[in-house]
Design a protein around this ligand. Structure first.
Ligand code: COA
Length: 386
């Protein structure tokens, strides 16, 4: 397999974007990444786009064709990739594999979701859970993650305040991210006293319903310097599957797919968790951020809350988490999230993240989850190849 680099990255503003259409969102992000990579459209060989449910959110299928057309890229082949909230992470992996295999030299991996055009996004999001055994019985994603939170609190004594700390860290980082949906800080008290959603989770424990898109340009490492002086190298791309439904698990306080994908990724990159300088984790709900801290290996099982409370996950801590603001505060347009995470790590490793920069970051990781852990993609990036 060939070595692979990222040579361009772009993200639209995330939020409730009434004045921007689905096609405009993905075109802004895709063309932004192409421009950032100093790429001539003629060099682009393929596009892979993560999207969970344009059919349900905006009534549009066949989006791969719509996207190449809107971006003015015909006849470049464009392929849609779907894996719920991990659609972006899997599109990224498809792009990396296409270049690593030697089939293509330069491709775009992008992600897009426009969720706010429907009156109630919850039933559409719930199609990513097990229909027969979860959604049709009335379970929604906030309620499934609330059950995980309840169990984690019962098993390990995790406190409500510790869960809230995940949101506090995310919002603090988002306050320095101009593309974030919620660029303001919150306190533990504010999280605890926001509207109840699914006990113990409140509004400020939840990622929002968002519109947005992100894109990156992937290139054969040997050609990367033809386009940029600061290529960022892909050190590992790993993906794992877990059970789609919670009731099939021995233990709902661990996402087995996160453990499997991250261990594969550490092996592939030849690193341990201690070598990672900055990580974007999939905190769709505060409890999932806490699980990620444990399952990726930043904390022992049951001690994620303690690590958060001690400030280890702050930008200047031992294991900075979600410098972008994470899904909670940067926003979570489902199909775009995995790519936005990668874009943030690219900016961090290039030293371009402004006030949210993790000092001297050299190795970064992204962790993108579909559903309650039915799919997980973990990527590791470095300033250098080894
Ligand atoms: N965090 C902070 N503020 C939020 C928010 C969030 N997650 N979601 C909405 N808000 C704000 C809105 O901006 C709005 O503020 P305003 O009154 O100042 O304009 C206010 O709260 C009400 O917004 P509304 O859209 O009516 O909220 P809602 O009650 O319909 O939805 C949730 C709130 C938490 C239920 C919804 O955001 C949600 O379902 N989130 C989870 C999404 C999800 O499941 N993703 C997939 C994960 S696997």
């Amino acid at each position: 397999m060939r070595d692979v680099a990222i040579i361009g990255a772009s993200q639209t503003k995330f939020g409730e974007l009434w004045d921007v259409s689905f096609r405009e969102l993905i075109s802004q992000a895709g063309l932004g990444a192409i421009e950032d990579a100093n790429l001539s459209g003629a060099d682009l060989e393929a596009m892979f786009v993560g999207n969970m449910s344009a059919g349900l959110f905006v009534g549009q299928e066949h989006i791969a064709s719509l996207i190449s057309d809107s971006m003015g890229m015909n006849p470049v082949p464009c392929t849609r990739v779907e894996a719920a909230c991990a659609s972006g992470g899997l599109a990224l992996r498809q792009g990396i594999m296409a270049v690593a295999s030697g089939y293509h030299d330069v491709v775009v991996a992008a992600g897009v979701e426009k969720m706010t055009d429907v009156v109630d996004a919850t039933p559409a999001i719930a199609t990513a859970s097990d229909q027969e055994w979860e959604a049709q019985q009335g379970a929604t994603f906030p309620s499934l993650y609330a059950m995980i939170a309840q169990r984690h609190m019962y098993e390990y004594g995790t406190t409500r305040e510790q869960l809230a700390m995940m949101s506090v860290v995310n919002h603090k980082n988002a306050s320095n991210n101009p593309n974030a949906q919620f660029p303001f800080e919150v306190t533990v008290d504010k999280v605890l006293n926001s509207s109840p959603v699914a006990d113990p989770l409140t509004l400020l424990d939840c990622s929002p319903v968002s519109d947005g898109a992100a894109a990156i340009v992937i290139c054969a490492a040997e050609k990367a310097k033809e386009y940029t002086d600061t290529p960022i190298y892909v050190r590992a791309s790993a993906q794992s599957s877990g059970t789609i439904a919670l009731h099939s698990r021995k233990d709902i306080t661990t996402l087995d797919a996160t453990i499997a994908a991250s261990r594969k990724a550490y092996d592939m990159a030849g690193v341990t968790v201690k070598d990672i300088d900055a990580t974007e984790v999939h905190d769709c709900f505060s409890i999932n951020g806490l699980l990620a801290i444990e399952d990726l290996g930043f904390a022992k099982k049951g001690e994620g809350g303690k690590v958060l409370e001690e400030g280890q996950t702050n930008i200047d801590g031992d294991c900075p988490i979600n410098p972008s603001g994470g899904l909670k505060a940067r926003g979570h347009p489902l199909g775009a999230t995995g790519i936005a995470q990668a874009a943030e790590i690219v900016w961090q490793l290039r030293g371009e993240a402004g006030k949210r920069q993790v000092d001297g970051a050299e190795i970064g990781m992204t962790h993108n989850v579909g559903g309650t852990g039915g799919t997980c993609a973990v990527h590791i990036f470095g300033r250098d190849l080894n």
